[in-house]
Design a protein around this ligand. Sequence first.
Ligand SMILES: NC(=O)c1ccc[n+]([C@@H]2O[C@H](COP(=O)([O-])OP(=O)(O)OC[C@H]3O[C@@H](n4cnc5c(N)ncnc54)[C@H](O)[C@@H]3O)[C@@H](O)[C@H]2O)c1
Length: 261
Amino acid sequence: MAGRFEGLTVLITGATGGFGSVSAAMFAKEGARLVLSDHPSTPLDEVASGIEGEVATLAGDVTEDGIHDRLVALAKDRFGGLDVAVNNAGLSHPRARLEEVEDARARLVFEVDLWAVWKAMSAQIPAMDVRQGGRGGAIVNIASLAGIAGAPMISVYSAAKHGVIGLTKSAAAENARRGIRINAICPAFAKTPIVMGGAVKAMMDKGSTQEEAEAFVSRGVPMRRLGAPEEICQAILWAADPANGFMTGQAIAIDGGVTAV
Ligand SMILES: NC(=O)c1ccc[n+]([C@@H]2O[C@H](COP(=O)([O-])OP(=O)(O)OC[C@H]3O[C@@H](n4cnc5c(N)ncnc54)[C@H](O)[C@@H]3O)[C@@H](O)[C@H]2O)c1
């Protein structure tokens, strides 16, 4: 049976990270051809070589001039076009009250998490636009639960992710008749480096066991656990799936029930 993404080209940023690497493998299993990107400091080619299927890579900083145009050009040159883009690269800042977040770090978070998503979409939309010769497609922006509600002690990250949802909804409406669906996935804490090396590690540094730290971090989650990367990535693929053709402009929480109560 043909995979859900057979013959389609899928571009993923932050491709060596938790959601990036897991979703890349899942898209490839479903027949996608991949354009993978991540920061030059990451083992991008190593991750790419572990994926079965057709993969093109281009390392770059998502805030770097022209990187998103070059990624779209790579998708066109290697695979004839772009069908799906997963704007996933992101980072947070150390837990701190709003006024205590360092200027340079706040600027970096806004640039990577928000400005770069705008630049990425600015390059991806014209390539997919059926009115400009594109073949339509889907953009999936990885926002966060912190983009739906306030998140004390990670306020700048929360603001940037709220911004991603604003971009998502606005662009979805602008492009609804141009064959492009644009949605945001909003995970709660999941077991990826951003969390295991952040909130969980911070507690373990103070003497908690990993189990205690995970329990503390997920204390507000009705399921009382962190999400598995695979569970979040299932939702990313679902949002991108051409069969999901009437869904656009949504910010979908994948959160173990947090927003249900
Ligand atoms: N894990 C969670 O609990 C969680 C929850 C909500 C949202 N998110 C979001 O999911 C996305 C993926 O995060 P993850 O959990 O897989 O964490 P991760 O740290 O494993 O992955 C993030 C990736 O982004 C890349 N990146 C960071 N800055 C970059 C830059 N300037 N240029 C290029 N690439 C850059 C990193 O190299 C890394 O591969 C992020 O946008 C994050 O904010 C994660």
